[in-house]
Ligand binder design. Structure first.
Ligand SMILES: C[S@@+](CC[C@H](N)C(=O)[O-])C[C@H]1O[C@@H](n2cnc3c(N)ncnc32)[C@H](O)[C@@H]1O
Length: 75
């Protein structure tokens, strides 16, 4: 999966949607950061992201934030 170059702009858009309650990214990036901390992603070199959507939101965010390789899958 190619990492989107506009990941931070996408993250801002999703955060804005989360704040006003119209989001496909439940809990916004605050919830994502909480989950990533629980999963100890900071120690990972590779992450399997199940339910990645089109991959430009949280998937690219994880890769950028932790510098790891992220493989996304979605139905
Ligand atoms: C709320 S969206 C979040 C998309 C992405 N994680 C993001 O933050 O932009 C949930 C995603 O999970 C996917 N999904 C739901 N059930 C799934 C399953 N059983 N296996 C893989 N993906 C699934 C949906 O197709 C959808 O793209």
């Amino acid at each position: 999966m190619t990492i989107a170059k506009n990941a931070s702009a996408s993250a801002g858009f999703l955060d804005m949607q989360a704040q006003v309650g119209i989001t496909k990214h439940m809990g916004g990036f605050e919830a994502t950061d909480e989950l990533l901390a629980l999963c100890h992603v900071e120690d990972a070199r590779e992450v399997l992201y199940v339910g990645c959507g089109i991959g430009v939101g949280a998937t690219a965010y994880v890769a950028r934030k932790y510098g790891c390789r992220v493989v996304g899958v979605d139905i």
